[in-house]
Design a protein around this ligand. Structure first.
Ligand code: ATP
Length: 324
């Protein structure tokens, strides 16, 4: 592990943290290259916020080696603090102040000087699409605008590493997408982004690398595509209108997983046209009418639920296509 590199890289090995006899982090290993977007995924209580708080110097740890932006913790906490910012589920925005006043306040706290503070404030208002709302009180901002202001405030002092603890929780889909594009622009500008999220789609959309945390340890780590290759999630689901047709299809597709409560037959597939055509050819009969079919390709949901003990919540998110 190097402690003097002038980058935004993060290195963690063997990190442990307990509260009494409750072990929260049990030998965590993480390596985040500079200028990348790294997502830490885990169920509620998995230790994500604890990790962010330790890496951002807000919480002491028990053992392990930690270096953030080229400086070791806990020894160089002040140097680390000068190079990072943290925005979390609890925004730092003062709601009584306007957007501009909030930014000016942070700039002054960072000793930018009056004219540089004004320049930086104007630049960030413009970059975060807050010029029209600049002189309105933050209490009148939408959730998306408040998050953008919070992130803008965290960038006043040009951090090398930005910690984002669940940056889009509670935002509507449009505001979430706007946040994603701001986060991507930040990474394009060379800032290292360490984000935690409960949205698997968010990690898939944003992250160069994803680590899955469970029981205080990293249970898988890689690009979203590498993680998806770890699981066999590809399958075609066929649903039939009545029992007779269901039985006929189940007979024509040996090895299929059948569910007679929903009259559904599930067949593994790699998703290629050739394999889908071969599959459909086998049930191509005038006596067989498929009521509904859906093609399911592996996604981060599959990875997450295969690797952790989190209970799977049924929902439509993992179904890629459905047609009659
Ligand atoms: P969430 O998504 O719910 O925020 P998380 O992955 O961020 O979850 P943490 O907040 O890091 O989880 O908490 C991890 C575990 O540590 C939980 O079991 C939590 O109850 C416990 N914990 C956190 N802070 C303390 C504390 N100050 N004292 C005792 N236990 C704590």
């Amino acid at each position: 592990m190097t402690h003097d590199e002038p980058t935004g890289a993060i290195h963690v090995s063997g990190l442990t943290k307990s509260y009494g006899d409750h072990t929260v982090l049990d030998g965590l290993d993480l390596h985040v290259p500079a200028g990348r977007i790294f997502a830490l995924l885990g169920a509620n209580g998995a230790g994500k916020t604890t990790t962010v708080r330790i890496l951002s110097t807000l919480l002491p740890f028990d053992s392990g080696q930690v270096s953030v932006a080229g400086h070791p913790l806990p020894g160089a906490a002040r140097a680390v603090r000068r190079r990072i910012s943290v925005t979390g589920q609890y925004a730092a925005v003062d709601k009584v102040l306007t957007g501009r006043e909030n930014l000016m306040l942070v700039a002054e706290l960072n000793h930018l000087g009056r004219s540089e503070a004004r320049r930086r404030t104007a630049e960030l208002l413009d970059r975060f699409d807050l010029v029209d709302a600049a002189d309105r009180r933050a209490q009148d901002y939408s959730g998306g605008m408040a998050r953008r202001l919070d992130l803008a405030m965290s960038l006043v002092a040009h951090p090398k590493v930005v910690f984002l603890d669940e940056p889009t929780t509670g935002l509507d889909p449009r505001s979430r997408r706007e946040m994603w594009s701001v986060i991507r622009e930040l990474a394009d500008g060379g800032v290292t982004i360490f984000l935690t999220t409960q949205y698997l789609e968010e990690a898939d959309q944003l992250a160069d690398r994803v680590a899955v945390i469970d029981g205080g340890r990293i249970v898988a780590e890689g690009t979203p595509d590498e993680l998806k290759r770890l699981v066999d999630g590809g399958r075609m689901e066929l649903q039939f209108a009545d029992r007779a047709q269901f039985d006929l299809a189940a007979g024509a597709l040996p090895g299929a997983v059948t569910d007679d409560a929903t009259l559904t037959v599930e067949v593994p597939t790699d998703g290629s046209v050739a394999s889908l055509k071969a599959l459909l050819d086998r049930i191509d009969s005038p006596d067989l009418a498929v009521e509904r079919f859906a093609l399911h390709t592996p996604d981060l949901d599959d990875v997450f639920f295969a690797l952790t003990d989190a209970p799977r919540v049924p929902g439509p998110t993992s179904t890629k296509a459905a047609a009659r």
